[in-house]
Design a protein. Structure first.
Length: 76
């Protein structure tokens, strides 16, 4: 049986020039590019997450990733 999973992955540039990504399972259906960009702006402005590369300073990328997993063997 196949199982489908959606994940929202947001990537940010840090003050040291590295890239850091955060993944969120089961994003809201119908999420728009504008809503994602606004959320990323809030994350940067409010300095919500800590990273080894320092503060998040820019939006790099955002993707909704669909993964389909098909179980090919069940020993039961």
């Amino acid at each position: 049986m196949a199982e489908t999973k959606k994940t929202l992955r947001m990537s940010f540039g840090t003050e040291t020039g590295t890239t850091v990504s955060f993944s969120f399972d089961n994003p809201k259906e119908g999420l728009t590019q504008g809503e994602i960009a606004a959320a990323m702006d809030d994350i940067i402005a409010k300095n919500i997450f800590l990273s080894i590369g320092g503060d998040l300073v820019e939006k790099k990328d955002a993707k909704i990733i669909d993964t389909v997993t098909t179980d090919m063997y069940d020993p039961a």
